[in-house]
Design a protein around this ligand. Structure first.
Ligand code: FAD
Length: 292
């Protein structure tokens, strides 16, 4: 451990109102800590710049998954285990449940939260492509009140986002309209478990009479922020499913991504894998349609 705990202060007011009041009274002073699976890694490496931490772990107002008539509202404090164990999330939002199952090991899934994954904003974060294709909306809260932001507008650049001073993510809202969709999720990592993504993908499509009537594709780890591939989507929508379409869709990928070389992979590998995953997504749609 390279950090000295005596140099840090942690408070746990225990309810949302008190947390927000503290963050309002002393702006830009207190950093929220939820599961701590990102912040404590920085702490142990001696790189945690924030010295005053306010715990939002287990705040009842940030917990719970509410299944409403038209949307599923997931508390930002929900853990990956909460997501994996929720029957309706598993059935209606399989891309999110699958991403939760990829995230670290069981101990990490018991602690890491969806809100923490969003705000930590790693380009390699596994749940973010799923939130993009499901067209999630974030509910942000501060002492000034609540506001909603479409998730696609949240990330502004590498580790830069829309959260204002004194604001927390309170919940993530996802429309309940994907039951009839085909979905595809893959994570390319160094191994099957406990690996950070080299590339990850979430794909969704609605097929009617062998024609793609809606398509959404998002990739992680190929740009400073998670990306939706709108050109690929536009190419696919209206097309009849058939052999060759995967290759055509894959050819649109390179122009939309900006992968980099880093410790986990390099740009050319990431480009090749991204195109292959998009092709595989479309081929999966072909096989599903052929099997009907
Ligand atoms: C061993 C290990 C393996 C991992 N594997 C993966 C993996 O495979 N895939 C992956 O995507 N991630 C992985 N992670 C990263 C991490 O688990 C996730 O990013 C997790 O979702 C972070 O959530 P948390 O609650 O622990 O965040 P914290 O560490 O508590 O906080 C992270 C950031 O989010 C902010 N924050 C947290 N909640 C809120 C909120 N509600 N509102 C506003 N700000 C908030 C904090 O201030 C901080 O800036 C791994 C981490 C570890 C240690």
């Amino acid at each position: 451990m390279r950090a000295d705990p005596r140099e840090y202060e942690l408070v746990a007011p225990g309810d949302l109102r008190s947390v927000l009041a503290l963050m309002d009274r002393e702006p830009n002073t207190w950093t929220p800590i939820a599961g701590g699976t990102d912040l404590m890694v920085l702490f142990s490496a001696g790189k945690l710049v924030a010295h005053k931490l306010v715990s939002i772990w287990n705040l009842p107002e940030l917990g719970g998954i509410d299944v409403l008539t038209n949307e599923i509202r997931i508390g930002a404090g929900c853990t990956y285990t909460d997501l994996r164990q929720h029957e309706i999330v598993a059935r209606e939002l399989p891309l999110l449940a699958t991403a939760a199952s990829w995230t670290g090991g069981i101990a990490n899934q018991n602690r890491g939260t969806l809100g923490g994954n969003i705000v930590n904003a790693s380009p390699a974060a596994d749940s973010l492509p799923a939130l993009l294709v499901y067209e999630a909306t974030l509910v942000l809260v501060s002492a000034r009140g609540e506001r909603e932001v479409p998730y696609i507008q949240f990330h502004r650049g590498y580790k830069e986002h829309e959260l204002g001073t004194g604001e927390l993510i309170r919940a993530i809202k996802i429309p309940r309209k994907y039951s009839g969709y085909s979905c595809y999720a893959r994570k390319a990592g160094a191994r099957r478990a406990q690996a950070i993504s080299k590339v990850c993908i979430a794909g969704l499509a609605r097929i009617e009479n062998a024609t793609i009537t809606d398509a959404r594709v998002a990739l992680g780890s190929v740009a400073p922020i998670p990306l939706r591939l709108t050109e690929t989507e536009n190419l696919l929508i209206g097309k009849e499913i058939g052999p060759g379409l995967g290759k055509v869709a894959a050819a649109t990928v390179a122009a939309q991504i900006r992968p980099i070389d880093d410790v986990r992979s390099n740009a050319s590998y990431r480009s090749a894998v991204s195109a292959n995953l998009v092709s595989e997504f479309v081929q999966t749609l072909c096989s599903e349609t052929a099997g009907k």
